[in-house]
Design a binder for this molecule. Structure first.
Ligand code: HEM
Length: 499
């Protein structure tokens, strides 16, 4: 779940270097960068002298020590990877900020990551530094993977169809309430609005009504501070560095946990057992019979909320711009609402939501062209073989959904937004891992069904209320400076529909 927050780019370096002159932290930063550089140089020297017979993946040379390709990659990661694919083939390595990355591009090469054991290609080694300060100890990447798999199973039990039926109702009413502030027409920042709405709907559905009722501006700020922990600085620097953003993150973590502890305690004392995810976690046990501690439950609730926050809000915003760009498609989606739900557009229900097939295909196609997670990452703990190359221990092994989703050989009209391609049973020429917005294998997303329910309900409600247009034909460019690739200047024009 942490790659949701992890896609590292050059901004890391640009940020770090530009901060060097600023304040006391610069000393610590300089020391860290120096130490990393020395470590990096010795590592590469050691690697070179390692196994002389092994055939390593083609290495993209760089004349910039330590930084390596960070600047080119940060400016335009997908272009960088596609160019490298063309020149070097599906498996290649390069360095950025003292780390060596080996990409496995295309469906066949990606198989290595998705079929591997966690002991060989390890997720904790790359994600834990970011996630543990945010979610807390004892959950996700802070525990051995078999324990995390048990926790994922508990969460999945909580994300079931009976709950989704209730979620549709909750999300629809949150959406109607939220958009009252938009009035009849105007131009607004769609991404900002959807980010706010998604935190409200996710809190209603995933945390329950006690926690949702506490979600005021102060708590929203705590989430924002906590979320600020998913930064390039957190990825590069040790956690003890006294950065203001780290302090805010840690304070927010403590305060949010305290809120959750009180709710959990109240629930336990009340003897009530409402049918919600909090109760599922309170009742859950590990295979050895142990119950979750309150600290684990609180950590899992934080994880649930943040795992879906940027992923779903970015996806929903991009979908809005694709629909605004193609008015005929938008009209068809509106007509589908009436055809499936009835001319009078009664409140949505889960069974009808499932039958909104065109809307679903639009979401699927949005996730193809704008998958929020552009790279999944693992640390090679043992030497790995892909495409006849040996990937040495210590490489960060990566698969990019974005690149796989637009492979020349797999996708017809690869850059076109064409939801109808999914009417064909085999839209990606039979390539198993050509479509992986939710990952695959042991680390696969557990939030896919919830994300579909959430985004389809929000967009059904929005399409019933408004017609959307691009502002003066502007379709947002991709903002690569954020960890998840958000739309740049995401302002949309809207006008209330005449029923
Ligand atoms: C559009 C929405 C979403 C997208 C595109 C998405 C994408 C992904 C991807 C690509 C992974 C695999 C990461 C990896 O292999 O390194 C993942 C894992 C995960 N996601 Fe999501 N996700 C979304 C929403 C959610 C939501 C709403 C939740 C929770 C309710 C969630 C919870 C998780 C969890 C628990 C994992 C497992 C991580 C692991 O086992 O290492 N995701 N997601």
């Amino acid at each position: 779940m942490s790659t949701h927050f992890y896609n590292m780019g050059t901004k890391l370096l640009v940020d770090t270097v530009s901060k060097m002159n600023e304040n006391l932290t610069s000393l610590v930063l300089a020391a860290s960068v120096f130490t990393l550089t020395v470590g990096y140089v010795s590592k590469r020297l050691l690697q070179q002298s390692a196994d002389k017979d092994a055939k390593y993946p083609p290495f993209i040379p760089s004349s910039i020590p330590f930084l390596g390709h960070a600047i080119a990659f940060g400016k335009s990661p997908i272009e960088f990877l596609e160019n490298a694919y063309e020149k070097y083939g599906p498996v290649f390595s390069f360095t950025m900020v003292g780390k060596t990355f080996t990409y496995l591009l295309g469906s066949e090469a990606a198989t290595l990551m998705f079929n591997s054991k966690n002991e060989d290609l390890n997720a904790e080694d790359v994600y834990s530094k970011l996630t543990t300060p945010v979610f807390g100890k004892g959950v996700a990447y802070d525990v051995p993977n078999p324990i995390f798999l048990e926790q994922k199973k508990m969460l999945k039990t909580g994300l079931n169809i009976a709950r989704f039926k209730e979620h549709v109702r909750l999300i629809e009413s949150e959406t109607i309430e939220y958009f009252k502030r938009w009035g009849d027409s105007g131009e607004r920042n769609l991404f900002e609005a959807l980010s706010e709405l998604i935190i409200l709907t996710a809190s209603s559905c995933l945390h329950g009504k006690e926690i949702r009722s506490m979600l005021n501006e102060r708590v929203a700020q705590l989430y924002a501070d906590l979320d600020g922990g998913f930064s390039h600085a957190a990825w590069l620097l040790p956690t003890w560095v006294p950065l203001p953003s780290f302090r805010k993150r840690d304070k927010a973590h403590r305060e949010i946990k305290n809120i959750f502890f009180k709710v959990i305690e109240k629930r336990r004392r009340s003897g009530e057992t409402p049918d919600d995810i909090l109760q599922t976690l309170i009742d859950a046990t590990y295979k050895d019979g142990r119950s979750l501690t309150d600290d684990e439950i609180a950590g899992m609730l934080i994880g649930l909320l943040l795992a879906g926050q940027h992923t779903s809000s970015t996806t929903s915003a991009w979908m809005g711009f694709f629909l605004a760009r193609d008015k005929a498609l938008q009209d068809r989606c509106y007509a589908e609402q009436k055809a499936v739900c009835g001319e009078g557009l009664p409140p949505l229900d889960f069974d009808q939501l499932k039958d909104l097939n065109l809307l679903e295909r639009c979401l699927k196609e949005t996730l193809r062209l704008r998958p929020p997670i552009m790279t999944m990452m693992r640390m090679a703990r043992t030497p790995q073989t892909a495409a006849g190359y040996t990937i040495p221990v210590g490489h960060q092994v990566c698969v990019s959904p974005t690149v796989n989703h637009r492979l020349q050989d797999a996708w017809v009209g690869r850059m076109e937004f064409n939801p109808e391609r999914y009417l064909n049973d085999n839209p990606a020429a039979g390539e198993k891992f050509a479509y992986i917005p939710f990952g695959a294998g042991r680390h696969r997303c557990i939030g896919e069904n919830f994300a579909y329910v959430q985004i389809k309900t929000i967009w059904s409600t929005m399409l019933r209320m408004y017609e959307f247009d691009l502002v003066d034909g502007y379709f947002p460019t991709i903002n690569y400076t954020t960890m998840i690739h958000t739309p740049h200047n995401p302002v949309i024009r809207y006008k209330r529909r005449k029923q």
